[in-house]
Design a binder for this molecule. Structure first.
Ligand code: CCH
Length: 285
């Protein structure tokens, strides 16, 4: 009736596509950062927001966006992610109806697509939580460790060996920063394009320990300009992991398909959705 209160705004796929387009436009315009794109750090924000999930207790996961608050914002693993959160603030101001937790995951999906990766079907429904829902430190992987640690951390989220390797293939994107993690450099020569190069180089290059005062990391023998983390190298030392590295190194289509599936799963950890259907966003031209 005419006297009924204002109906709440129920966004449709078209509204979420507008958010996608706004993130994509900002990515295209703000190229004065790192290797020319905020895309990689947006992917990392989406991953660290989601990868806190613990399947036993159902805590953590992409619901909540609790990285807005200390102590979670100050966890060592999240160093530098303020850059990504700040990048998205104007988008949140433009579309105040979207939750931070939906926005951060949508931006991660957008970055993968805009940087030439596979489509990442996405659905809304995450709710923001307050500081009390912050997860304890130590739920995200420590790059100085080995294959046992990778399995411990990622199986706590509910992933199997194949999924763990596929996810880490996101290291095709971006770089390490000495003022964030202490590590330094990119994993390949096109850090703003999503490819299977991480696996190809990991499988085919000769990796030697970097001589420097920083934390232990590896460098490619032929150019000395690329890097691998100890955890990345661990994927080649473990039979269960190595076979997937080799599969993805050989076949980019297989990697794209399996990465998409597992990234969708990552972005949905800990969320009870009301809808089965996912949106496939249109990538910008
Ligand atoms: Fe990662 N990652 N990551 N990573 N990561 C770093 C950077 C990125 C580990 C450690 C690091 C995933 C898994 C792992 C990205 C996506 C993913 C850095 C450098 C470290 C250290 C941070 C810095 O200095 O700025 C470890 C350990 C693991 C697992 O063993 C997974 C899974 C994903 C996504 C699916 C992306 C993207 C970056 C680049 C960020 C940037 O700022 O360029």
């Amino acid at each position: 009736s005419a006297s009924s209160p204002k109906k709440p705004f129920v966004p449709t796929q078209a509204d979420y596509q507008k958010v996608y387009d706004a993130v994509a436009a900002r990515l295209a315009n703000d190229t004065d950062y790192d290797d020319g794109s905020y895309g990689p750090v947006l992917v990392r924000l989406a991953w660290h927001a989601s990868g806190t999930y613990d399947k036993e207790t159902g805590t953590g996961g992409s619901n909540g966006a609790t990285m807005r608050f200390a102590p979670e914002s100050d966890h060592g693993a999240n160093a530098g992610l303020k850059t990504a959160r700040d990048f998205l603030e104007p988008i949140k101001a433009q579309f105040p109806w979207i939750t931070y937790s939906d926005l951060w995951t949508l931006a991660g999906a957008c970055a993968i697509q805009e940087l030439g990766g596979p489509t990442i079907p996405w659905r809304p429904g995450r709710e923001d939580r307050d500081v009390a829902a912050c997860t304890p430190d130590g739920r995200l992987p420590d790059a100085a460790k080995d294959q046992r640690h990778i399995r411990d951390i990622f199986s706590r989220m509910g992933f199997d060996d194949r999924e763990m390797v596929a996810l880490i293939g996101a290291h095709a994107l971006g770089r390490c920063h000495t003022d964030r993690s202490g590590f330094d450099g990119p994993w390949n020569f096109s850090p703003t394009v999503f490819t299977n190069e991480f696996f190809r180089l990991l499988a085919e290059e000769n990796w030697i320990q970097k001589k420097w005062n920083g934390p232990k990391q590896f460098t490619d023998k032929s150019t000395g300009t690329l890097m691998m983390l100890p955890t990345d190298m661990a994927l080649m030392k473990d039979k269960g992991f190595k076979k997937h590295v080799e599969r993805y190194a050989k076949d980019s289509d297989v990697f794209f398909k399996e990465f998409s599936d597992v990234f969708v799963k990552l972005l949905e950890l800990g969320v009870r959705f009301k809808t089965e259907d996912r949106f496939v966003f249109k990538t910008s031209e």
